[in-house]
Each structure stands twice: as structure tokens, then as C-alpha cells.
Design a protein around this ligand. Sequence first.
Ligand SMILES: [Zn+2]
Length: 347
Amino acid sequence: MDTTELKNVDDLFREYAEAAEIEQRAFAAGVAGVVYVGSRPNNLLYRHNVSVGMRNTRPMMVMERDGALRAQRLLRTGKALTLTAELDLQIGPAYESYNVIGEIRGSTRPDEVVVLGAHLDSWDLGTGALDNGANVVALIDVARQMKRLGIKPARTLRFALWNGEEQGMFGSEGYVKAHAAELDKHVMASSFDIGCGRINGFFTGGRPELPPLVDVALEPVKGLGPFTQVDVPIVGTDNFDFMLHGVPNLVANQEPALYGPNYHARSDELDKCDPQQLRLNTAITGALAYGFAQMEAKLPRQSRAQVEELVRTTDLGQQMKSFGHYEDWTSGKRGRKANASVGPATR
Ligand SMILES: [Zn+2]
């Protein structure tokens, strides 16, 4: 499977969007497996998107770009080539892993929760600094600094280090299931998972009432801006199940820096992060957290009908399809149930 070279985050999203269609066509043609030409140069290996996720039954591989392009040239001259692959798979029974959750309990509205999340797991080729160690460390530091300064937020700040994000956002899905009865009291759930570049605003999920609240929260750190909120739903990280349950959700929008070319790759190592920028990001995160813990406003949770409306009026459905989550939503396996009562309209 030919690929164009991945240079930035747009290319990465294009790869994700294309993967589903490539696989469908290949499987329909009865292939034994798929070998992708690596989209990153210089022998760089990485874990490739497989849109069918755990349901995949065929070998799917990435061949380093230069060798693959050479093989392709030879094939085009009519030379027959043989691919020999040795797949060393370790398959075991299902197992349980855990999120790591810590909180600073709210002083006056302890039952109302602001979630700040980053995922603890990563792919194994590199050490996973960009995805997502840097943001895990940043959240731990925000919690540590708030504790040290004796900050007492009105609402509860819950720091969530999710597990199993890369396999399918299992940690945050599990949390949302376990806390289903308390979701009306979840004021906002944010996700930090786009590398270690500067946070330049937040994706606000297609809820026009949310961007002004983020603006208010970021006011104390406006010197680290400018910040722009982008009001579209984002699929692909741990805001997802909160979104399907109607909880106001944010994804930090981070400048690409070195994110795209090193995504899920052997080269995802700490040297790709600028420690000073990480510190500034913790200040931005701290302001966001404290702002949402203190503000009078609280958006209501959306009903299933309202989330369905969001799916209908945005590209959310298309995004869910390319990540293999659409059926879980339509079948009711994932997301808010239709018969659930609608939260209070205002407060
Ligand atoms: Zn990630």
C-alpha cells in the first residue's frame, strides 16, 4: 500500500481517515494481509493505524520507507518479489489494568467534579514521551504545585491518568461506566494528548456555550497566549466517552512541534520535548483547572438526543467510523442511553 510521506498533524489525521477505506477495499479484494510503505523516512518504524482494531484478523505491517519504495520500483519493472515475514506474537488471556486517579477535594462544592486527564499507556517502540508521558507528568506537576501552594478549589479537581487509551480508550470508558450515576455532576472533562508543544487553546466539542467559559478560565494566563478555542468534536482520545455521555469536554490543542513525524514511532523520546514549554503548559493547565473549579457557570449534561444531534450536524459520525467506534454508539453499547433523564437546563 503506497503512502505519502507524513510531515505534520494534518497528514496524520489523513492517514487515520484513509486507513478504514484502504482496509475495507483490501479485505473486499480478499488480500491475505496489508503491507504499508512506511510514511516516515530514514528507517523509522512506528505502529500503524488499524481501523478495525481488535477485530483485525489479518497481518498488517509497516515496511521501512526506503526499502519499501525500492521493492515497489522493482515490482513496477515487472520483477516478482517474495515477502517473508516472521510475526512474533504474544497472545494471552484478557487482563485487568488500572487508571491512576488523584484528587484535590472541593471545599464548597465537593460533589461537583472537574476532570483533567492524560493517558499513562503508550506504544512500545519509543518511550512515549510525546504520547503521552509529557502530559502525564504535566498533570502530576499541576496537582503537586496546587497541593504545595495550599490551593483549595471550590469544586473537586480530579486528576486522571488513564490506562488502555491506545487500545481503545478503555480507561476513560471504564471510568465513565463506573461513575455513570455522578456524570450530571461532572462539570467538565479535559484531555491532554497532543504532544508537548504549546497549548494554544482547546477543542470544545461542538458546544458553543463552552468556548467563552474556557476564555474566562484562561484569562489569568493570557500572557502565555494567544488562545483560540476550536468548537468541533474530536475523536481519538479520552474525552470520547465523556462526549458520548453529554459531559462538556475539552481536548488541549497543542502546537505540532515534533508530534506528527514521531507519532507512535521509535523516535518518540523525551528529547523531542522542550522542558520550558512543558512548564508553561502546566501553568495554562492549572489556570484552566482552577477556572472551572471556581466559576459560577455550569453547563448541563446533554441528553442522548442532543448527542445524536451533534453526530448529525458535525463530522463526529465520520470520525467515529474511522476509529471503529460508530457501531458501539448506534447499538447503545457505548454512550448515553436514550431513556436517561435530561439534566437540569440551567443553574
Ligand atoms: Zn495519545
